[in-house]
Design a protein around this ligand. Structure first.
Ligand code: FAD
Length: 437
């Protein structure tokens, strides 16, 4: 017979906050003291080639901060560093677990992982409760009248807003119930080195969700030199802010900003219903595109050496900081897929490695949007002209001058001539998909 004390587990994943956290709230309201856990999943970490990964460092730093708060309440995180199933086997040996709480995660890997954990726990007669937390509407909550998923953003967002108007989500004041934590401050807190990573110079983009920025959002958001967007991406990715809070603010303040948050949910919904997009074009007919996939050109694009200043400035910002302004993300993605005819999956993978705010659904959705292969994508014949984009959005070259510092840059000749590249892209796309677009 087990002598261990009965406990509940709250499994933190991409919801790294103690306030307004749905699963944490429900765990704290359960009948048992709560042990918050985090698993540094070796299945994921082993795939990261670069051991100076800023995102892993960010997670570690965030956990440390949260742990200090837990310690004020005579508690602490139980951190594990293995595959989730092994982690739960270990936990079951150490504690008499009654219930496990977690927030939903919609990515294909996470869904598989969670169903494996659910079966394991159910064999042990342990309840696994999961909750919606990282979105306002999930899975099949916003569907077309015929019950199928939307494939076009505008009607999706209309339905989303209608639904939000009459079913605003409540907040979950989890922070109020920290007294219900399991009292133990002696759990081992893994250092970054112990999980095989190194500290980085991670500069977390400062959140700009003050009323002024959000009010003026659509006025300034397209000008990369002004840097007038919210920088909420990373925080939303790891759940250090609550989407309920952000949407409430957006709804009160600025519809364009709200729409962007709805784009995020749109792409999550697309990924949930059409997980094939991870590897395939959403629209099958684009499978016939004859990508050129020139490795040398890809390398120049990655390094910011295409000879197109706006493209190169963007790639240099990404390489240096892990962030790139949205307008410039669209330009560099269009350039890679149309000017260079390189498969969007190459660009997507590069962004996935570098972006601090990397989010599978948004990255994939936006890359397929830029390549014209996605649902509700830019039409294939829309090819951004880097010079025109510069004239419109960086007329005084302020953004370009921030990121391109080398005096030798002007000697770099353009990797391909614009008019030629445009014509070539149109021909290749047309040959693949016919005139229907
Ligand atoms: P803001 O403009 O302040 O927007 C607020 C929030 O709305 C963002 O944090 C994000 O959660 C959401 N949002 C804004 N634009 C979009 C969009 N087009 N699609 C989906 N959600 C959006 N966003 C990611 O979060 N992760 C990615 O991996 C990602 N990859 C992208 C790749 C390409 C090729 C492109 C063109 C865009 C990508 N985006 C991605 C969308 C967008 O560029 C970023 O969300 C935005 O630049 C992040 O900065 P911000 O938080 O200041 O955004």
């Amino acid at each position: 017979m087990k002598m261990n004390k009965k406990v509940s587990i709250c499994w933190f994943r991409r919801d790294l906050r103690l306030q307004d956290n749905t699963a944490f709230y429900h765990a704290l309201k359960s009948d048992y003291p709560v042990i918050p856990i985090f698993i540094f999943d070796t299945e994921i970490l082993e795939k990261l080639q670069n051991k100076e990964d800023k995102r892993v460092d960010f997670i570690h730093r965030t956990l440390k901060k949260l742990n200090a708060k837990l310690q004020e309440n005579v508690s602490s995180f139980f951190i594990l560093n293995e595959k989730p199933l092994e982690a739960f086997k270990k936990l079951c040996k150490l504690f008499d677990i009654q219930e496990v709480f977690a927030n939903h995660d919609y990515e294909p890997y996470a869904r598989k992982r969670d169903s494996e954990i659910e079966s394991f726990l159910s064999e042990k007669i342990i309840k696994f409760h999961t909750f919606k937390d990282q979105v306002i509407f999930e899975k099949s909550e916003v569907m077309k009248p015929d019950g199928t998923p939307y494939q076009v953003f505008t009607p999706y967002s209309k339905k989303w807003k209608e639904k939000y108007a009459f079913s605003k989500p409540r907040n979950y004041p989890s922070g109020k119930y920290l007294g219900h934590l399991y009292k133990d401050t002696t759990f081992h807190f893994f250092s970054l080195a112990e999980i095989g990573f190194e500290e980085t110079e991670v500069q977390v983009p400062e959140l700009q969700i003050d009323e002024k920025t959000i009010k003026n959002y659509e006025k300034y958001r397209d000008f990369p030199a002004l840097d007038a967007t919210s920088h909420a991406g990373l925080q939303l990715r790891f759940g250090t802010i609550s989407i309920r809070y952000l949407v409430e603010l957006a709804e009160k303040t600025n519809e364009t900003f709200l729409n962007e948050l709805i784009w995020r949910e749109f792409f999550m919904m697309v990924l949930f219903h059409f997980p094939k997009v991870v590897e395939h074009n959403f629209k099958k007919k684009y499978d016939r595109i004859q990508w050129r996939n020139n490795e040398e050109e890809f390398k120049r694009w990655c390094q910011g050496e295409t000879g197109y200043p706006i493209v190169d400035a963007g790639m240099r910002q990404l390489n240096k900081t892990g962030f790139m302004h949205n307008r410039v993300r669209m330009v560099v993605a269009s350039f890679l897929t149309k000017h260079l005819l390189i498969d969007w999956r190459w660009g997507e993978a590069y962004f996935a490695e570098k972006l601090l705010d990397y989010e599978l659904s948004s990255n994939n959705g936006n890359w397929q949007w830029a390549a014209g292969t996605g649902c509700d994508a830019a039409p294939y014949f829309r090819i951004f002209n880097p010079k025109e984009q510069t004239k419109k959005f960086d007329p005084k070259l302020k953004y370009i001058n921030i990121w391109i510092e080398d005096s030798q840059y002007d000697l770099l000749s353009p990797i391909v001539e614009h008019a030629f590249a445009r014509k070539r892209a149109l021909e290749v796309y047309k040959a693949a998909i016919g005139k229907s677009g």
